[in-house]
Design a protein. Structure first.
Length: 288
């Protein structure tokens, strides 16, 4: 087996290789003057199980093309199998047509990747109505969760945690983590008017004084939901407010806005950032 870092997988690829005892290399990528992608493998992959590591953040569409090129090239070079380890995978958000004429991107992306991979591994996919990756991919797939890593982090660093989910979807994360460490958890109600207009409110008053309020979510993108949650939690006078997420996308200066609102932020390193304190490389290595 050989672990191959794609352009947004280098922060984890070498760690995964070390923890799994596999070989390691990175692909060389670039752009031609007209913007087309150039890609080259730097080590022989003939007869080997190739694990491409790619986290799809930033230039998402370009990264999709790069990853498919890499998978097809690995097969052309004689790879025994081609696997994808995707700490963060895109296009799961649109899982049904809400209006006439809309693209259901989840189905399209699933069909596309099915053609090139023998197995796809994703850390905490952002699924709404779909329960498993088997609804997305026909090829073998594995859904990993960073919940145990988050639970261990909270247990190690906080003494009186109360875990908060800003809405029902995120509460499922908060509740599962809370159960692992025998902590209290609660949920807020969210009403989304648009991607930039979100309102949340407490469903019931909870005791937070002299406790650490830990807001848990799978993704922090623009941060609007988190900022509204912080505003509500502050009314309960917690000792601290901490936001923990799996995937820290942090668009539109979200990280700075959350800090200015009086909360600290921690994420895993599925997407590298200044607050990536929870390492998922061992989780991925153990799944290979």
């Amino acid at each position: 087996m050989i672990i191959v870092s794609c352009s947004k997988g280098a922060h984890l690829g070498r760690k995964i290789a070390k923890k799994s005892g596999a070989g390691y290399t990175a692909i060389k990528t670039g752009r031609f003057p007209d913007g087309e992608i150039y890609l080259r493998f730097l080590k022989d992959v003939k007869g080997k199980i190739v694990v491409l590591v790619q986290s799809f953040y930033g230039d998402i569409d370009g990264l999709i093309v790069e990853t498919l090129f890499a998978a097809a090239t690995a097969r052309d070079l004689g790879a025994k199998k081609v696997l994808l380890a995707a700490p963060y995978f895109p296009y799961f958000r649109q899982d049904k047509s809400f209006h006439d004429g809309e693209c259901v991107s989840l189905h399209v992306i699933g069909h596309l990747f099915d053609k090139y991979f023998d197995k796809i591994i994703v850390v905490d996919p952002h699924l709404h109505r779909e329960n498993t990756l088997q609804h997305v991919f026909k090829t073998e797939s594995s859904r990993l969760t960073a919940n145990p890593l988050i639970a261990m982090y909270i247990q190690k660093h906080f003494r009186t945690p109360v875990l908060i989910g800003p809405d029902w979807e995120s509460y499922k994360w908060a509740r599962k983590v809370a159960e692992m460490i025998n902590a209290e958890s609660s949920i807020l109600e969210k009403k989304r008017y648009s991607s930039h207009n979100v309102k949340v409110r407490l469903r019931r008053r909870i005791e937070m004084e002299n406790k650490e309020a830990i807001i848990v979510d799978d993704i922090i993108s623009t941060g609007h939901t988190i900022l509204e949650t912080i505003k509500n939690i502050k009314k309960l006078n917690p000792k601290k407010i901490i936001c923990i997420c799996v995937h820290g996308i942090f668009t539109e200066n979200a990280l700075e806005k959350i800090r200015k609102a009086g909360a600290s932020v921690i994420s895993t390193n599925t997407i590298p950032s200044a607050v990536s304190e929870i390492d998922v490389s061992g989780l991925i290595a153990n799944s290979l």
